[in-house]
Design a protein. Structure first.
Length: 251
């Protein structure tokens, strides 16, 4: 249990770059003494350093959003192109923030008439060139590391919108833990969107599967269609069949 918690703390710090000890205490629901012991062990990892009141990722260890975006770019674009085929005139869709979902708009017809809800700066900027796309933005705090807006809208706000389709991203995915992310400020939004949308699509690169991170925002069974480049083993294919999940695999 302790080893897994330390791994999750590492993931959380990498995602947020700098966190206070108090934030870790509250997020992981353990005592400050436990956090201090965990941090003492975590500091054996050369990626991290102790700073006043907290812990940070060493600057030369950070992987910027721009660099993450270039990793497996052709595959991510192929996944997004496949997803774009499911968007039709009149849809009200949610496009999640992420280095794959941002490409969806690159493959839409220039005259398409849809409404987009998003918290992604890249989606907002891409939508500018479409004369018939309306955009609603969730989140009131801009997070530079992910180029996304965070800050939780209330469940009542999310429920005002009749979302026909969501196009979701995830930091990690597994049968046991479902769809995961490591940002508490995005967790509630993702959770509400998946519950509200009529159809949920998951756009995810193969290397995200069978990993683990801090928070599960939805079970894998909540997804209707997975678009990926991964080839699945029997445990996954059986799960997909039992839960009526379609899988589209790009080259």
């Amino acid at each position: 249990m302790k080893a897994k918690r330390i791994d999750l703390i590492k993931e959380y710090i990498l995602e947020n770059e700098h966190v206070s000890l108090k934030e870790l205490e509250d997020t992981f629901n353990v005592s400050m003494n436990t956090i201090r012991r965990d941090i003492a062990q975590l500091l054996e990892d050369p990626r991290f350093e102790k700073v006043y009141g907290g812990i940070s990722v060493k600057k030369n260890q950070l992987i910027s959003f721009e660099n993450r975006n270039t990793e497996n770019q052709e595959v991510k674009q192929a996944i997004a192109e496949t997803a774009a085929q499911f968007i039709q005139n009149g849809d009200l869709i949610y496009i999640d923030s992420g280095t794959t979902t941002k490409y969806i708009l690159d493959y839409l017809d220039k005259d398409i008439q849809i409404t987009i809800i998003t918290n992604s700066l890249d989606v907002i900027l891409r939508a500018e060139k479409f004369k018939n796309i309306s955009v609603f933005v969730f989140g009131n705090i801009f997070k530079k590391t992910t180029r996304s807006f965070v800050g939780l809208p209330s469940e009542q706000v999310v429920n005002r919108y009749n979302i026909t389709k969501s196009f979701m991203a995830a930091t990690a995915v597994s049968i046991e833990n479902g769809l995961m992310n490591s940002d508490i400020m995005e967790y509630e939004l993702k959770k509400h969107i998946v519950e509200k949308a009529e159809i949920n699509y998951l756009l995810v690169h193969a290397d995200k599967f069978d990993k683990s991170t801090l928070l599960t925002y939805a079970p894998l069974s909540a997804i209707d269609t997975i678009i990926t480049d991964k080839q699945f083993d029997d445990s996954y294919t059986s799960y997909f069949e039992n839960n009526n999940i379609d899988v589209l695999t790009v080259d």
